[in-house]
Structures are given as structure tokens and as C-alpha cells.
Design a protein around this ligand. Structure first.
Ligand SMILES: Cc1ncc(COP(=O)(O)O)c(C=O)c1O
Length: 399
């Protein structure tokens, strides 16, 4: 059969997290006991009151198309959330809900980017940004951040990267894959650089609720002089353990929200009516479950940092947010596996650990930062302990 793909497909690859999960499934199919430290989601169930709201929506026939950008009731709940938690004031016309934060980011980029445009992407970055930017015809300008700077973009590096072609600067705090969280002061410093340019800011706040030390500052609130050109993207996936419900939302200038609405109207349409109803319960509801989740996650973070510190060849800096530890594994380069193969990249290390101990992790190159591994620790305590002990053992076997 003759197949012909669009040249567009040359600029995208399979998400590396999906790739790891696929590899692990193949190994598990051979009967091995695999542990996935590659997945970007919490292991906790969606809180019961949220599930009940979803079930009630099904039972009461709330199962039809809604307005493309979300129901008035959901937008009102999102507006309340922005005001209550972030001190941000968005009108319903400045709010859109979509099928996950991912779709909203994609729509925002597609609606605004053109050939020759640039988007500043601090690295390490969430794997999807560069591919989405390229799909929209523009160029990602990757700006490497350093562990010494807490994995955060410095004002000097931002100033150097900005050009007349910069359309967006992406700020993801708390960050995937590092867990870095920008403080109010750091955001104010970046604001001072951006004020002299007309680039927009895409604030990806999806991990807002997972901050272990210190507090979260929304860029749109911390950079008031830029408010009119910030798109705040958030969603229920991470903070409420609702990744499968596919509900994200964004607040931003009306002209942009309108364009995203038009794109959505010709592609996915409204996010699931059931998920919208459940998300109202999430956003308006009691969040006391979060304290317990964060306590468990903090304990796991300590467990990972302690194990990593005890592995010769591994180093990691503690970061305040999300549920990831980003490990420098360059200390293992040049070492040999029992089969005599020399490790010379993060992918080699990830593959060695995967094949010998059946523990899966995403390698740093996938996040634009070679020489590292991302450990996602939002899994059951006992399984995490098992994964860390297997990893420690298999690394000890390197010559
Ligand atoms: C930084 C970041 N942004 C956005 C998303 C997408 O979230 P959603 O499930 O709402 O599409 C993820 C998911 O892993 C993420 O890590």
C-alpha cells in the first residue's frame, strides 16, 4: 500500500514517557516484574467527592455537547479558583477549558506562531514543548539552565536569548522534570527583562499544588506589568490526580482565548461534559486530601534523594516541587556493564538499569538535558523502595 505522511511528521517523535512505558510493557510481557519510575502522574485515586460529581453528571444526563470552551458553571469555578488561589482576575471571556493542559498549550502555540518565529524554552523542559512549537512552524530556542541555579532560567540568559522574533517565553513552575519552583523575586527579575520586549509568556502552572518547601507564585500574578500578555495554563491532572479525566484550563487575553476557542471548535470541541462537572467539584471542593498526599510525596522525595546520594556516580540537588528528582548520571560514563559494554550516555545508563533491574526512567536528553535521568517517585512506597534497591544493586555491578 502506498503511504504518504505530511513532512510535518518529520518534526515530531513519540513522547519519551510513552516510549518507556511501551518498553516496560514488552519486558513485563516476558514475565518480568517491572517498576515504572517514568510516569508523570500521581498514584493516588481521584478523591471520592470528585468521582461522585462525575457519576452524578452521567446519571442526570449531563452527557451532551457543551459550549466549546466549557460550561458557564465550569468557567465560573475556574475564575473563582484563579481569584482565591492566585489573586488573578479573569472574566469568563478570558477563560477556556480544554482536553488537558496539553491541548490548550498546543492550541495557543498553533494560534499564534508563524514560520521564523521563536519560542524560548528553558531546559530541562517538558518533552512536548519543542515538538509542539515545530508543529506550529516555529523554532524552539532552548536555553539550558544549570543545577547551580536551581535549574532555573536566569535574567541574563533570558536577555541573551530574546530576539525580535521571540513570540513566547515558556515558564514551567513547578518544573517537569526538575521540580524547580520560581520565587516571587525571581519572577520579578525576569519581568524586568521582559518588559522591554513584546514576547508573550506561557505560564504552565500544572504542578501548582505540588510544592513541598516554600510556596507557589503564579507568573501572571508575580509579573503584573505583563499580565495582558501572559497565558496561564493549568488543569486538574496533577493536583487532583485526574490525569485520565483530560481537563485543562487557561486564562489569558480575550483575543488569544477567542483564537484558541476557534481552533478547538474545529478539532476536539468541548472537553468531556462529565469531566467538566467533576472538575467543578474539584476546583470548588475541599482540598484537605492534599496535605496527606504531599506528606507522602515529601517522604518519597527524601527516600529517593537519600538513595541517590548513596550511589557513587549519581548526584541530584533537592528541589521544592512536583514529584521528580533529576539525577546527574555522568559519573557513570566510562564504566562497563558485566557484559563489557561501556556506558557513555544517559540513554545507555537508563537502558542498562531497565534491562538489568527492570526499572524504567526517562533519560535527560528527552528533556533537552543530556547526562541526566528523571526519577518520577509518585508510586507506591514499597515499590519505590524496591526500585531504588534494585537500581543501587545493578549500578554496583558496573566495573
Ligand atoms: C509540564 C507539563 N505541562 C502540561 C502537562 C499536560 O497536562 P494535562 O494532563 O493536563 O494535559 C504535563 C503532563 O505531564 C506536564 O508535565
Amino acid at each position: 500500500m502506498h503511504t504518504k505522511l505530511s513532512p510535518r511528521m518529520a518534526v515530531v517523535g513519540v513522547s519519551p514517557t510513552a516510549e518507556i512505558s511501551n518498553k516496560l510493557r514488552t519486558i513485563a510481557a516476558r514475565g518480568a516484574d517491572v517498576i515504572n519510575l517514568g510516569e508523570g502522574e500521581l498514584d493516588f485515586p481521584t478523591p471520592a467527592h470528585i468521582c461522585e460529581a462525575g457519576i452524578a453528571a452521567i446519571r442526570t444526563g449531563d452527557t451532551k455537547y457543551t459550549a466549546v470552551s466549557g460550561t458557564a458553571a465550569l468557567k465560573a469555578a475556574i475564575a473563582r479558583k484563579f481569584k482565591r488561589e492566585n489573586g488573578l482576575h479573569y472574566k469568563p471571556s478570558e477563560i477556556i477549558a480544554g482536553t488537558g493542559a496539553k491541548q490548550l498549550i498546543f492550541n495557543a502555540l498553533l494560534a499564534t506562531l508563524d514560520e521564523g518565529d521563536e519560542v524560548i524554552v528553558p531546559a530541562p523542559y517538558w518533552v512536548s514543548y519543542p515538538d509542539m512549537i515545530r508543529l506550529a512552524g516555529a523554532e524552539p530556542v532552548v536555553v539550558p539552565c544549570k543545577a547551580e541555579d536551581g535549574w532555573k532560567l536566569t535574567p541574563a540568559d533570558l536577555a541573551r536569548a530574546l530576539t525580535s522574533r521571540t513570540r513566547w517565553v515558556i515558564l514551567n513552575s513547578p518544573n517537569n522534570p526538575t521540580g524547580a519552583v520560581y520565587t516571587l523575586t525571581e519572577l520579578a527579575e525576569l519581568e524586568r527583562v521582559l518588559v522591554d520586549h513584546d514576547a508573550m509568556v506561557l505560564a504552565d502552572d500544572i504542578y501548582e499544588h505540588i510544592v513541598h518547601d516554600g510556596s507557589f507564585s503564579a507568573p501572571a500574578a508575580a509579573m503584573p506589568s505583563l499580565f495582558d500578555r501572559i497565558l496561564t495554563v493549568n488543569g486538574v491532572s496533577k493536583g487532583y490526580s485526574m490525569t485520565g479525566w483530560r481537563l485543562g484550563y487557561a486564562g489569558g487575553p480575550e483575543w488569544l482565548i477567542d483564537a484558541m476557542d476557534i481552533l478547538q471548535s474545529q478539532s476536539t470541541s468541548n472537553p468531556s461534559s462529565i469531566s467538566q462537572a467533576a472538575s467543578i467539584a474539584a476546583l470548588d471542593g475541599d482540598m484537605s486530601f492534599l496535605a496527606d498526599w504531599k506528606q507522602q510525596l515529601s517522604a518519597r522525595r527524601e527516600q529517593v534523594l537519600t538513595a541517590v546520594a548513596a550511589i557513587p556516580g549519581f548526584t541530584a540537588i533537592p528541589t521544592p516541587g512536583a514529584f521528580y528528582v533529576f539525577v546527574n548520571c555522568t559519573g557513570l560514563f566510562g564504566r562497563r556493564t558485566p557484559a563489557g559494554v561501556m556506558l557513555s550516555s544517559d540513554l545507555d545508563v537508563a537502558n542498562y538499569i531497565l534491562e538489568t533491574s527492570h526499572v524504567g526512567m526517562v533519560h535527560g536528553s528527552a528533556f533537552g538535558m543530556p547526562g541526566h535521568l528523571r526519577i518520577a517517585y509518585a508510586i507506591d512506597d514499597a515499590r519505590l523502595a524496591e526500585a531504588l534497591s534494585r537500581m543501587t544493586e545493578t549500578i554496583a555491578k558496573l566495573a
